[in-house]
Write a protein that binds this ligand. Structure first.
Ligand SMILES: Cc1cc2nc3c(=O)[nH]c(=O)nc-3n(C[C@H](O)[C@H](O)[C@H](O)COP(=O)(O)O)c2cc1C
Length: 180
């Protein structure tokens, strides 16, 4: 059976290393796993409970929630800014709280580097608060010391490509198990 992931890049930078990681993941996805990227984080309105009503909910938020609900799992690649999660990414998470199918949603965390001392733990805390299921065995880090990296370079490096392929395969196996 086939399982689907929705991926989120926490950086809006055009040459983002996190985006390069996710692009590489799309190319390296094992058979039976498809990855679609959510790329409208920058267009989401600032979260306000006043907009989170049946009448006022923005269409773009409804679409975000529908896509999250439809995905078998979520894949996040997020940098750290000023010892925190990027604001635009946190805003997207705030909107996801209203997705009735978020609780229990399997999530894997992908990291470009091991240098971020604060944001990864904050992300896990937020996800636990949202009742996501963090699939620890599917998470991985490329362990890079630079953010000057492209998807081509990642895919062309057998060590880096292997880290991604192995993580995705563990996520696929876990999701296939859940779906059966
Ligand atoms: C304004 C700013 C603040 C940053 N703060 C931190 C930080 O607190 N800790 C850290 O490890 N890296 C920090 N960084 C480095 C970024 O996390 C790093 O450049 C990362 O690769 C950005 O992700 P991207 O390559 O996907 O755009 C900061 C970068 C910027 C531009």
């Amino acid at each position: 059976m086939s399982v689907s992931l929705l991926s989120f890049c926490g950086s809006l930078r055009a040459a983002s290393s996190n985006l390069a990681l996710l692009t590489a993941a799309e190319r390296l996805a094992p058979e039976g796993l498809s990855i679609e990227r959510y790329d409208a984080i920058a267009e989401l309105p600032h979260f306000s409970p006043d907009l989170d009503t049946q009448d006022r909910l923005p269409a773009i938020v409804r679409e975000l929630r529908d896509r999250v609900a439809a995905a078998d799992g979520l894949l996040f690649a997020v940098p750290e800014y000023m010892h925190c999660l990027p604001g635009s990414f946190k805003n997207a998470l705030d909107w996801m709280v209203g997705c009735t199918r978020f609780p229990g949603k399997p999530v894997a965390l992908a990291h470009v580097s091991d240098r971020h001392a604060f944001a990864p733990g904050q992300l896990e805390e937020v996800l636990r608060t949202m009742s996501a299921e963090i699939v620890a065995e599917a998470g991985f880090s490329l362990g890079l010391r630079t953010n000057d990296v492209t998807a081509d370079r990642i895919c062309g490096d057998s060590h880096l490509a292997g880290i991604i392929s192995d993580g995705l395969e563990r996520f696929r196996a876990r999701l296939a198990h859940v779906c059966y």
